[in-house]
Design a protein around this ligand. Structure first.
Ligand SMILES: Cc1cc2nc3c(=O)[nH]c(=O)nc-3n(C[C@H](O)[C@H](O)[C@H](O)COP(=O)(O)OP(=O)(O)OC[C@H]3O[C@@H](n4cnc5c(N)ncnc54)[C@H](O)[C@@H]3O)c2cc1C
Length: 398
């Protein structure tokens, strides 16, 4: 790129940023600022049903910014990666969230764009981009988590349709989902080569969902039982018996999305100033905490910069397989450290629970800290990501 071309790109991005900023100023309801992680289901439902939240959802949807990077033909905003990054940054600046979210948009959408038939893309993507349909991920089974390819859910060819029998576990949001993207076994003679990727309507007879309680008080986890579930053949994503290839790509989108989620949402510096205070020289009163805080901020900033470089590389067409597993692990560690520090900063205020006189901010931080234990498990456990990096990036022997 010449200097002139590069400065044209910068100025068009700057003008895009000004447009986004103006649009947010005119449209984002300030009363929604910071309201993105409500654990009490009643509280979350009340927020999502509020007139302001609904208005905000409609505005984002109509603007095409629900799935800003997807092609316009499938309900997306047609923005490039840099523009999406700018939109995210400006949203974060006003404390706003994109209300069109979920596992479908994060993982299945980009996978469908790559592997779906034209008919599947036109049927499934626009409702996802408008946030009208919720998806869950039916991958893990009892005994098949890290060793996912050992999954047993049976899928038989019954001519017009598939017949599915088996059990899934840790299926986040299954109880409130309309559809499930699911891995099933169509051939028992080959481990990875006998898996098929299906899209299953959760209203199909034979599906039973049972919620599981979590330590942080939320219940988004479920077991899913599939008994003689009939799935139309048209809902097969990718080739029969080659669902593993589709699943591996989806898991890259998952790990990428999870790394994105790990970018600093909780700013612990103001928290430290509020709860720990300053010494008489104007420095954070606890010198040991001060050092660890600086250390964390350096790592966190380096992680942010690496995520931006990765987005750049993706924009230039470089496959991100190399970095994905390493970044998923680094992101999990950085975010876990952030919550560990936050809880330490809160001190005694981190001991309370609902209705014990704690500020809402304290309660949220403690619940987020508890949930952060899962960052190094879901989307593929920490050790598994290290194995992938060792084998596929460093070419170490298995
Ligand atoms: C909050 C949360 C949400 C989730 N949501 C979903 C969902 O929506 N859909 C879904 O399908 N799944 C979901 N999962 C499941 C998740 O993907 C699995 O928990 C994860 O893949 C680990 O599998 P496992 O629990 O069976 O652990 P195991 O495979 O039993 O592993 C236990 C431990 O052993 C280690 N280990 C296992 N094998 C090896 C090895 N070869 N080398 C080194 N160490 C190894 C692991 O790293 C881990 O530390 C979710 C999990 C969590 C915690």
């Amino acid at each position: 790129m010449t200097t002139q071309e590069s400065s044209n790109v910068t100025s068009s991005l700057d003008s895009f940023r000004s447009d986004v900023r103006r649009w947010l100023r005119e449209n984002f309801p300030a009363c929604l600022a910071g309201l993105d992680a409500l654990y009490d289901p009643k509280e979350a439902t009340a927020l999502h049903n509020s007139a302001e939240y609904r208005r905000w959802t409609n505005l984002i949807r109509d603007k095409g910014w629900g799935a800003p990077g997807w092609p316009v033909a499938y309900g997306g905003g047609g923005l490039d990666a840099e523009q999406v990054e700018v939109l995210d940054q400006e949203l974060a600046q006003v404390g706003g969230v994109n209300p069109i979210a979920g596992l479908g948009k994060m993982m299945l959408g980009p996978t469908l764009l790559e592997f779906g038939t034209e008919e599947q893309k036109r049927r499934h993507l626009p409702p996802m981009a408008r946030g009208e349909v919720r998806w869950c991920q039916g991958f893990s089974e009892p005994g098949s988590g890290s060793d996912l390819a050992s999954l047993q859910t049976r899928c038989e060819d019954r001519g017009e349709h598939w017949l599915v029998n088996g059990q899934k576990i840790w299926t986040s949001f299954a109880s409130v989902s309309d559809w499930c993207f699911c891995l099933v076994r169509t051939d028992t003679s080959s481990k990875q080569g006998g898996i098929t990727f299906l899209l299953i309507d959760m209203r199909t007879p034979g599906i039973e969902v049972r919620p599981i309680e979590l330590i942080n008080g939320a219940t988004h986890f479920c077991e899913v039982f599939l008994n003689d579930v009939q799935v139309p053949k048209a809902e097969t994503l990718g080739p029969v018996n080659d669902g593993w290839t589709v699943a591996k790509r989806l898991m890259q989108h998952e790990r990428n999305g999870l790394s994105e989620n790990r970018r600093a949402k909780l700013d612990i510096l103001p928290l430290a100033l509020e709860y720990v205070g300053l010494d008489d020289q104007g420095r954070l009163a606890d010198p040991d905490l001060r050092l660890r805080l600086v250390d964390h901020m350096v790592t966190s900033t380096a992680f942010e910069a690496t995520m931006r470089r990765q987005a750049d590389a993706r924009e230039r067409g470089l496959r991100d397989a190399i970095a994905v597993s390493a970044l998923k692990n680094v992101g999990a560690l950085v975010a876990q450290e952030r919550y560990d520090l936050a809880v330490e900063i809160l001190g005694n205020h981190s001991l309370g629970w609902v209705a014990q006189g704690d500020a809402i901010q304290e309660e949220h931080i403690v619940r987020d800290w508890l949930f952060s234990r899962a960052f190094s498990i879901y989307g593929g456990a920490h050790e598994i990501q290290n194995n992938i990096t060792a084998k596929h990036v460093l070419q170490l022997p298995s």
